[in-house]
Design a protein around this ligand. Structure first.
Ligand SMILES: Cc1cc2nc3c(=O)[nH]c(=O)nc-3n(C[C@H](O)[C@H](O)[C@H](O)COP(=O)(O)OP(=O)(O)OC[C@H]3O[C@@H](n4cnc5c(N)ncnc54)[C@H](O)[C@@H]3O)c2cc1C
Length: 342
């Protein structure tokens, strides 16, 4: 089939990789350049936190998350960066005055899915063995099987792969006005295809009901004095932060969650909250350098669950909210199995 994809962010790329494997020919449209930073998928930390997300999400997120962790290895191999996948588990800790909240958090996960019984309580000795740099915390939990995709490397490598693929034409910096059955509308022009996919994230607001943006801010640090090797969260009654280690002493600190589709730069308040929580977690961050701060908005539906709409000749996939990396491979697998397109 000749297939059109409107929106080449995270979902558009994972979809394109799947469709190429099935032998289709693709025409891609995006309002950004292939290496631009508009997609939320470019800002994301790339955590695959199917357990920790359960605190506020439904167990269906857990099932799709588990499936995605299996599928990511193949996708990253396809674009030539298998090492961009890590599944060493994650750590969650808190200050002593918040241990009650920490216990409650873990109990909630255990209540929601049976597999959470594998979450391990760590005392100082066990934590020191696993993550020596967190030895000053007396209590934490280890969540096995959680991991991360290096999101920015995936975005870069998938651009390289798609741009050089003989079965792909990528129209960059073009705004799609409408996606309809078998057609993509750009201004006065209608491009026809055997099948079209609408994966424009927040850009599909006019056509996906109740779609909203949820602002997220992250801070990138260069911290040679810190050696944390796994995604690590700290519970705090007012804000939750996570630290995601990347190559060469880089760490992503995130992320705020604000009900707004404001994409303006990071606020003073958010920076203060994220950085003070970070410093209280590990004083080695004091001399870290702030490399950049980023803001983007997560596309979310009313129920914060993924949205799939299937019609003859058209599929829309949206609403991946704070779970794009966690869910995209499995949600796309589901959409392709259920759609008329096979
Ligand atoms: C700060 C932050 C941290 C996050 N961390 C994580 C995490 O750790 N783990 C996780 O699983 N998820 C995370 N996410 C969520 C994840 O990034 C999103 O769920 C995911 O990116 C949504 O994918 P998408 O393809 O629907 O949208 P996007 O990635 O935003 O892509 C949409 C694409 O459509 C294009 N587009 C829009 N409108 C038009 C138009 N009219 N015409 C043409 N092109 C258009 C855009 O340019 C863009 O390329 C995070 C998000 C944020 C903001």
């Amino acid at each position: 089939m000749h297939i059109g994809i409107a929106g080449v962010g995270l979902v558009g790329r994972v979809l394109a990789l799947n469709l190429l494997k099935q032998g289709h020919t693709l025409t891609l449209f995006d309002e950004d350049t292939a290496y631009g930073d508009k997609p939320a998928g470019m800002t994301a930390a790339g955590m695959l936190a199917m357990f920790a997300e359960l605190e506020t999400a439904e167990s269906v997120i857990f099932e799709y998350g588990k499936r995605s962790t299996v599928l990511w290895t193949g996708l990253l191999e396809q674009v030539g960066i298998p090492e961009a996948y890590q599944q060493k588990g994650s750590i969650i800790t808190a200050h002593p005055q918040d241990y009650k909240e920490l216990d409650h958090f873990i109990e909630t996960l255990k209540y929601k899915v049976e597999e959470a019984s594998g979450i391990q309580l760590l005392d100082r000795r066990a934590l020191t063995k696993l993550e020596p740099d967190l030895a000053h915390h007396a209590k934490a939990f280890f969540i096995p099987h959680e991991g991360q995709v290096d999101a920015q490397r995936f975005m870069q490598a998938s651009s390289d792969y798609l741009l050089s693929h003989p079965k792909v034409v990528w129209h960059q910096e073009v705004t799609v006005d409408e996606v309809k059955q078998e057609g993509i509308v750009l201004g006065e022009t209608l491009d026809s295809f055997d099948w079209v996919f609408d994966t424009r994230g927040l850009g599909a607001r006019g056509q996906v009901k109740h779609l909203r943006g949820v602002r997220g801010e992250v801070i990138w640090l260069d911290a040679p004095e810190v050696k944390i090797t796994r995604p690590t969260r700290m519970l705090h009654p007012r804000y939750k932060i996570y630290i995601v280690p990347r190559l060469n002493n880089r760490y992503i600190i995130g992320a705020t969650e604000i009900e707004s589709d404001d994409q303006s730069p990071v606020s003073v308040r958010s920076s203060l909250e994220l950085l003070s929580a970070l410093y209280s977690m590990h004083s080695g961050f004091a001399e870290a350098r702030i490399v950049k701060t980023l803001t983007n908005c997560r596309p979310a539906c009313k129920d914060n669950l993924p949205y799939i709409e299937q019609k003859r000749g058209m599929t829309r996939i949206n609403g991946l909210y704070r779970h794009g990396y966690l869910l995209a491979p499995a949600i796309i697998e589901k959409a392709l199995k259920e759609g008329v397109l096979r």
